[in-house]
Design a protein around this ligand. Structure first.
Ligand SMILES: O=c1[nH]c(=O)c2[nH]c(=O)[nH]c2[nH]1
Length: 292
């Protein structure tokens, strides 16, 4: 019996690339998940561990980021073709490449120059509790993903021997809003109220110059309470979806806040309740049997 190596390919899966292209004050966003796979004469590494012909998956990832800087990403088909052809042309033992790209679509928030919401992931929710002739209604939304490509800073935090985070005056701020708001009063037009709360959350995220996601959270809740008297209380859970500037200096490229790695974990998780001091008693509005 002889054992042989069958078909194989290898690459970097799911490189999360976000680019910001600026046209004056107007920003254009590209959000891609890029996977590269290379094929060719790769017997040696499988059989003996000789890596002379292995284009490291780390190099493949770096190439994705560097190419995104060197010329506009453009259509995903063109970007995939550029990447795939590069690997095959540049490395003698690489004979084939497969490049998969998913593009995540963002909509501009109400004509805003640099704030966007992600198409498609959001849910509207409600939780109604009935007890002893009373009813409590808590409505909300899940996974309203928003991003602003400027208008966000984070600095002034304490530094100890474990602190490495750089201070910044201009960063991407992105989050997936989970919001719950408790209603009070009667005769509420649920659909209209939901639409308005959602609009206020979006516009406040976009308009509020942010010194921390905590400040943005409070501003979002405060704006809802200021404009919507039927809302007694707003609870927000805001994951800080970090976008890290990619260091392109090893490739002789300057990253002028244009090319980012969109990390999925770990993430900061900023949570808070904003309420009026004269709100109706919450009663059983938030009632659950288990707290896990
Ligand atoms: O808005 C932020 N709040 C934080 O508490 C925090 N912590 C951190 O590392 N980055 C950020 N950003």
């Amino acid at each position: 019996m002889a054992i042989t190596l069958g078909p194989n390919q290898y690459g970097k899966a799911e490189v999360r690339l976000v680019t910001v292209r600026r046209e004056g004050a107007v920003h254009h966003l590209k959000d891609l998940t890029v996977s590269t796979s290379l094929r060719g004469d790769l017997a040696a590494t499988h059989l003996t561990g000789d890596n002379a012909d292995v284009v490291a998956t780390d190099t493949q990832k770096n190439t994705v980021y560097a190419f995104a800087k060197e010329s506009p990403v453009g259509e995903i088909e063109d970007f995939a073709l550029r990447l795939g052809r590069h690997f095959v042309d540049a490395f003698e033992h690489i004979s084939g490449a497969r490049v998969l790209i998913d593009e995540h679509g963002w909509n501009r928030i109400s004509g805003h120059e640099h704030a966007f919401s992600l198409a498609g992931s959001e849910k509207r929710t409600t939780a109604v509790t009935i007890q002893d002739g009373q009813a409590w209604v808590v409505s909300g939304l899940d996974d309203l993903v928003v991003l602003k490509s400027t208008g966000s800073e984070f600095h002034g935090f304490p530094r100890d021997e474990y602190t490495t985070l750089a201070e910044t005056n201009d960063r991407i701020l992105a989050t997936a809003v989970t919001a719950r708001w408790r209603y009070q009063g009667d005769g509420i037009d649920w659909a209209a109220s939901h639409a308005e709360v959602r609009r206020i959350l979006l516009e406040t995220f976009a308009d509020k110059h942010s010194l921390s996601l905590q400040q943005t959270l409070y501003a979002m809740g405060e704006a809802v309470l200021e404009e919507r008297e039927e809302v007694a209380e707003v609870r927000l859970s805001l994951p800080n979806k970090h976008h890290f500037l990619v260091d392109l200096s090893p490739f002789g490229l300057k990253n002028d806040n244009e090319v980012f790695h969109a990390a999925d974990r770990p993430y900061g998780l900023i949570e808070g309740v904003v309420l009026r001091d004269d709100a109706e008693d919450p009663g059983l509005a938030w009632h659950t049997l288990a707290s896990f």
